[in-house]
Every structure is written in C-alpha cells, then in structure tokens.
Design a protein around this ligand. Sequence first.
Ligand code: FES
Length: 109
Amino acid sequence: MGRLTICRTDEVEEGEFATRVVVENTAYAVYRLGDRYYVSIDLCSHGPGSLGEGLIIGDEIECPFHQGRFHIPTGKPTLPPCTDPVQVWTVHLDGDEIWIDPDEPPSHR
Ligand code: FES
C-alpha cells in the first residue's frame, strides 16, 4: 500500500469551492463536504477542465469548462457533456494530513 500525502485539511476550501493540489507532477482536486474529504483527479474526463477550480453543488462538482458534473464520492458523471467517470481515491486522514494510496485499484471504488 502506497501513501501519498495530498495536503492538510486546513488547505481545503470550505463551502462551494474545490481545491486544486499538485503532488509529484499530478494534479488532484480535493473536496470538503461537511466534515468529509474527497479526492479525485483534477483533469475532467471530458476535456481540459480543472475540477479543482470548479464549483461544488450539493455532492457534485461542476467542471468550469463546459459545466458538466460528477458525483464527488464516486467520480461518476451526473450531467452532460461528461460521460466517463473521473478517478477517485479513498481518503485517509492522519491528524490533519490527507493522504491516498495511489496504487488503490479501481475495482475497490
Ligand atoms: S472539459 Fe469538463 S465538461 Fe468539458
């Protein structure tokens, strides 16, 4: 099991904004929904949109590029033009540190 630190909880925007974080040359989007944190890949599956720069609407993230949406906990597309899921990872918390296992198999999700 790998361990990749994404950021600290106090670096994640509260409210309607996602947070974009670059770790080891990969951009991730981090979300806070209430007291829970979620991590997906930053790049939209539809094009060049950055989900970390998108708006959180309920439990969905709206891509700022064409306003398609994904379900944050699962990465499933919920509004066209998005049709393919985005990768998400199980979030692990260690104190205020948010980390993921970059090797987590997709079948786990
Ligand atoms: S690039 Fe995200 S909806 Fe098109």
